[in-house]
Ligand binder design. Structure first.
Ligand code: NAP
Length: 307
């Protein structure tokens, strides 16, 4: 398939929208086959335990979309909805029992957790083989050492999207804005490791003059959580931009009363010659697909299969 056929051209001046849904559909087709193969071999479905504490609206939406895709792919998911006042011990005990449950292949704790529960302790409690989000210190360490078993889903989705659209990383100047453990930091490892071979600059809130770095970058990934953060004067023509940000902003014209926007000031990019992964429809859908991939991989690995 030609790259042009995989892209959506936003306007006549040449801005390409990288379509996360297309990449996701491709991935999902493969995952359905893999999960069916697993079922034929082991007479059970790969199983994902999803834990959510409290009733944060955005978190509930994420959990729902994860369950929906699991159903589509053929992964059994068991959702644990815990009340806001759940104690840290209760949560840790639940994780312990899921660690020991032989039928459970993956455990996901939806973040953020309510105040009073230590994210650090909780993530550390998830057994390494079931850590499908890849956020535990052990998984992070393994990633640093070059193991790709539990790669955090958003960075993994970004890598897959670049691969799909044949956007090279090797020898390219990559600027990542945002250094969180779930996006920027693991992505900087993936993009700079041997084989990917990008030259990565990791920016954050203390970086002086971000434009100095983005202006010459071949790839810019923006994961800040600040609508309109990246404007077109900050990048060069031909640049690839991956918008990771997700912010709900009030919009009375929408049924839900809000819309979801990213970190890129889309209007300012209209006439620019760039490739852009937008919000919504970009990295977000990839993230959920990668979670399903990690779950199937974890299930296979727990059966002793080499992957
Ligand atoms: P986070 O933990 O809050 O990290 C934000 C990062 O942005 C930090 O490294 C922070 O710097 C940096 N930052 C803040 N203000 C800045 C500024 N003015 N200039 C430069 N850097 C600045 O957020 P996160 O969890 O990584 O998420 C980032 C965004 O991505 C959010 O909107 C989130 O909802 C979204 N997200 C989307 C997906 C998806 O699937 N699409 C997945 C995860 C997250 P410091 O480190 O110095 O504080």
């Amino acid at each position: 398939m030609e790259i042009e056929e995989r892209s959506e051209i936003l306007n006549t001046t040449g801005m390409f929208l990288l379509d996360g849904k297309k990449v996701r559909n491709d991935v999902v087709t493969d995952l359905k086959k893999e999960s069916e193969k697993f079922y034929q071999a082991y007479s059970r479905r790969p199983e994902l335990a999803i834990i959510i504490v409290g009733s944060d609206g955005a978190s509930l939406t994420y959990v729902k979309s994860k369950g929906k895709l699991a159903d589509e792919v053929g992964i059994k998911h068991v959702d644990h909805f815990l009340p806001e006042d759940t104690s840290e011990d209760e949560l840790l005990n639940l994780i312990e029992s899921l660690n020991e449950d032989d039928d459970v292949d993956g455990i996901l704790v939806q973040l953020p957790l309510p105040a009073g529960i230590s994210e650090e302790y909780v993530l550390e409690k998830i057994s390494a083989e079931k850590d499908v989000d890849g956020f535990s210190p052990l998984s992070m360490g393994r990633l640093l050492a070059g193991y790709h078993d539990n790669v955090p889903c958003t960075p993994k989705g970004i890598m897959r999207m670049l691969e799909y659209y044949e956007i090279p990383i090797k020898g390219q100047d990559v600027v990542i804005i945002g250094r969180s453990n779930i996006v920027g930091r693991p992505l900087s490892i993936l993009m700079s490791e041997k084989g990917a071979d990008g030259t990565v600059t990791l920016c954050h809130s203390k970086t002086r003059d971000i434009k100095k770095y983005t202006a010459s970058a071949d790839i810019v990934v923006v994961a800040v959580g600040s609508p309109g953060f990246l404007t077109s004067d900050m990048v060069k023509n031909g640049c690839t931009i991956i918008d990771v940000g997700i912010t709900r902003v009030k919009d009375e014209s929408k049924k839900k009363g809000y819309k979801v926007v990213g970190d890129v000031d889309m209007e300012s990019f209209r006439d620019r010659d760039v490739k852009l992964s937008p919000v919504p429809g970009g990295v977000g859908v990839m993230t959920v697909a990668m979670l399903m991939e990690n779950t199937i991989r974890a299930a296979l690995k727990r059966k002793g299969e080499r992957i």
